[in-house]
Design a protein around this ligand. Structure first.
Ligand code: ZN
Length: 251
């Protein structure tokens, strides 16, 4: 998204009645940090980074700043503070504490935190295709498994198919979006329902048995996880089918 601060925020500059653009704000920062250097061409873009990363690059006479669009609604003084932080880093100049404070205070504001969270979640969801596939309905399968193996006690996470077919990763649980994603490659008539159920069951076990840390290592598939996995009715058959059709796999 090409960013224009005035369009995004509607902040009016008191003196002129015209909102300062992000470009003009950054030009002002540049002038203060490098008073004797002619101001380069400045391009500011608000990008849909998942987090709140922002970057600056000065190349071929163009100063290009990419700012997370989580900050698209930020007031001018926050964009300015970010400008001082990013350019201070780039020019290896110390950044005044007040700019760091101002920027951090803004990011910690409850409404900003919530907006960032919402953006992150909705972006995660975009990667998901609806739970109702062409051949299998993940919601229905989830409820069957929930009833059969978890006493119906597991609350349903987001469920969906991947947009593309992956043959190496058949399923994964994404804790950031609380979503179980199953590879589209399994949504076919020639895939036994029990295989899809087994892959989904495996991911459900990730909800049931969180990651453990032992001796500094993450243990995702603990011993109790593996034992629970073998409880799946038709475990061996499903494993064999997957091995025969896909070879090895990661989950
Ligand atoms: Zn796993």
């Amino acid at each position: 998204m090409q960013g224009n601060l005035s369009a995004a925020t509607g902040i009016a500059c008191a003196a002129t009645g015209v909102a300062p653009t992000a470009e003009s704000l950054i030009a002002g920062v540049f002038r203060q940090l490098r008073p004797r250097t002619p101001i380069p061409e400045i391009r500011v873009e608000f990008r849909d980074f998942a987090g709140i990363t922002s970057t600056v690059e000065w190349k071929g006479g163009v100063l290009r700043m990419q700012i997370s669009d989580v900050l698209a609604q930020a007031p001018a003084d926050v964009i300015e503070a970010l400008g001082f932080i990013l350019m201070g880093k780039m020019l290896k100049k110390p950044v005044a504490a007040r700019f760091r404070d101002r920027y951090r205070r803004y990011l910690n504001r409850r409404d900003v935190v919530e907006a960032a969270e919402k953006t992150r979640r909705s972006r995660g969801r975009k990667q998901l295709q609806p739970a109702q596939g062409r051949h299998f309905d993940l919601k229905g399968l989830f409820e069957e498994l929930n009833f059969r193996y978890f006493h119906g006690l597991m609350s349903r996470p987001e469920l969906g198919w991947t947009p593309r077919e992956s043959r190496t990763i058949l399923g994964h649980y994404d804790p950031a979006h609380h979503a179980i994603v199953i590879s589209r490659t399994l949504d076919r008539a020639d895939v036994p329902k029990e295989v899809v159920a087994y892959v989904l069951y495996h991911e459900m076990l990730h909800l049931r048995y969180p990651v453990k840390r032992a001796a500094g290592r993450r243990c995702v598939h603990t011993e109790e996880f593996r034992k629970a996995e073998e409880m799946f009715e038709g475990f061996k058959g499903a494993e064999r089918w997957i091995k025969r059709v896909f070879g090895g796999r990661d989950q």
